[in-house]
Design a protein around this ligand. Structure first.
Ligand code: CMP
Length: 139
């Protein structure tokens, strides 16, 4: 169980708009240690599997199309209370509701193009980390 780790993706809008450096700086400045990092592009099969929990949602097709539309940066982050603290740092799913100074408040453009993903539980952090990184890629 990775109780002090969480998983994140910098989504295609954040990468396309040139925000990789600024977002990683906010993450490390907030006390997270990057223990795995990769720039990649999800295939449709990857995105459908990663977001399988949302497959009955009306936005599933839009979500998969968007998440495969360009490169992303995936990372595993370590900090005490990582899952909860990271969700505070990124702000609400809908950037219109994200608190001032949060990553989504600063960088997201819409509820679908919302700049970053953050795991919602320790269990999902472990599942999502293993989906993207082998054990030898986690430091
Ligand atoms: P995230 O929480 O990282 O993972 C699920 C994603 O689905 C979420 O970010 C949004 O990008 C997307 N999403 C959630 N709700 C909606 C919605 N109502 N319309 C479009 N996309 C959504």
């Amino acid at each position: 169980m990775l109780t002090n780790r969480t998983f994140t993706m910098l989504k295609p809008d954040a990468v396309k708009n040139g925000h990789i450096g600024a977002i990683l700086d906010m993450i490390t400045s907030a006390g997270f240690r990057i223990v795995a990092l990769r720039m990649t592009q999800l295939t449709t099969a990857d995105a459908e599997a990663f977001y399988a929990i949302h497959q009955e949602r009306p936005f599933f097709g839009e979500l998969v199309a968007y998440m495969t539309s360009g490169p992303i940066v995936s990372a595993i982050l370590e900090k005490d209370n990582a899952v909860s603290d990271f969700r505070t740092l990124i702000g609400a799913t809908n950037p219109a509701e994200a608190a001032e100074g949060t990553i989504r408040n600063l960088f997201a453009t819409s509820i679908s193009e919302n700049a970053v993903h953050g795991s919602d539980s320790d269990d999902n952090a472990a599942i999502e980390s293993a989906f993207h990184f082998s054990g030898r890629e986690q430091f």
